[in-house]
Design a protein around this ligand. Sequence first.
Ligand code: MLT
Length: 204
Amino acid sequence: MSDFIYRFIPGKGERTLLLLHGTGGNEADLLPLGFAIAPDASLLSPRGKVLENGASRFFRRLAEGVFDEEDVIERANELAEFVSSAARKYDFDLNALIMVGYSNGANIASAMLLLGALKARGAILFRPMVPLSRPPEHPLDDCEVLISGGRFDQIATPDQVNALVDLLRERRARVDVRMQEGGHELNDRDVKTARDWLAPSAVA
Ligand code: MLT
């Protein structure tokens, strides 16, 4: 397996959550969120390999909100390979994988989806942006996506969220959008929204 630092916590259920932290986070950050939204799921949580002034990220950026798209593509493919080899090592089903990303983690998750780099059952994207300006036309039928944005988010603005929703829907992903009364930080409503969306009746 490629050299990501990561945590894997086996769960009792069929599902695995791929937890992808935001800039400056690490592999421990989203574990409590994972337990809170899907207590029976296995959790796979890698640490982003790019360092920006000591802060871990999943891909390089040229400035705030300006992404190095070549690097986005390279890192998305590398991360997808890591997840596939983790699935073989820990024997979990990629068809039952849900990506759960926050901010920079949401952006690498949607890059993997748009590029068709990783097959997944669905994704929960907290405060996402558009990761690629001209993504390929890879179809996303059968992929269910929950987007939780912040109405007052100055980084992942509502315009960015809407543009990403359009890209995903154009590729036939089923997208639910919830705009929270907040900014870029996660809050209790995000956790409740994700937990309810993951409840067995929504995504089996
Ligand atoms: C990114 O760089 O992916 C976004 O600007 C979100 C962030 O990490 O600040």
